[in-house]
Design a protein around this ligand. Structure first.
Ligand code: FE2
Length: 242
């Protein structure tokens, strides 16, 4: 483990706001388990979309403060911050054009989930627009997008210079089946992923997903490579000002 500890830029740790932690107790249990495997900084990313998750930072911020306080009271040395996981769609485009995107820990990076079945032809133009607005997109688990399964080069072409590629622990653990697991490991081991994130939704995933994936990453990657994916890159990202 790096002396600086791991940084997670994608997890659902805020209580009862989305399909993540159900209570403050569950949130603290998640943080405790993540601290145990070496995480020192977590950026909670509740879903943000047009329909089921229309809330903005006014709802997220107080939950972040509540978790931060509870974590401090529990004596855990873990920093808690917030961002959002935007679904690609009208809500994302509206927040982008109004320059009010909720970024990762106040940095210039914004977490974006792409459609899984077909990639809109406008996507590279949209990513370019995100860049010209002063943000930098991070693609959340693109290994789950069907168009990239047979053709990871398509992802590389889309992201190249315009976005970072973030692979999720849940995909690496096989939660979404063999094809997605294979694509996820290919992106990580062949150096096509810029960073990895737990996308943890529940304390139950600590034993089933987080611990085994950390162990497997430690086994399959060089210490330098692992450090870049889980500490170096996310730390540098958080140092950029929005
Ligand atoms: Fe997520």
């Amino acid at each position: 483990m790096s002396a600086d500890g791991f940084v997670d830029l994608h997890l659902h740790v805020f209580p009862a706001i989305d399909d993540g932690a159900r209570s403050l107790e569950a949130a603290v249990e998640m943080v405790e388990g993540l601290a145990d495997v070496g995480f020192r900084r977590l950026v909670g990313t509740p879903h943000a979309d047009d329909t089921r998750h229309p809330y903005g930072r006014e709802r997220i911020e107080p939950l972040c403060e509540a978790v931060r306080d509870a974590v401090r009271r529990a004596g855990l040395a873990v920093e808690i911050d917030y961002g959002a996981e935007y679904a690609y769609g009208p809500r994302f485009l509206a927040d982008l054009r109004a320059r009010r995107l909720i970024t990762l820990g106040g940095s210039r990076y914004v977490l974006l989930e792409l459609p899984e079945d077909a990639m809109p032809t406008t996507m590279s133009g949209t990513l370019f627009e995100v860049g010209t607005a002063g943000y930098y997109p991070v693609l959340a688990h693109p290994e789950r997008c069907r168009p990239f399964h047979d053709d990871p080069d398509r992802l590389v072409a889309l992201a190249g210079g315009r976005a970072l590629v973030q692979v999720s622990f849940r995909s690496l653990a096989g939660t979404f089946g063999r094809t997605i697991k294979k694509t996820a490991w290919k992106l990580v081991t062949e150096g096509l992923a810029d960073l990895v994130a737990t996308d943890c939704h529940s304390p139950r995933e600590l034993k089933k997903i987080v611990r085994p994936v950390v162990a497997e990453l430690e086994k399959r990657l060089s210490p330098d490579h692992l450090q870049r994916l889980m500490t170096g890159t996310p730390v540098r990202m958080l140092q950029t000002a929005a």
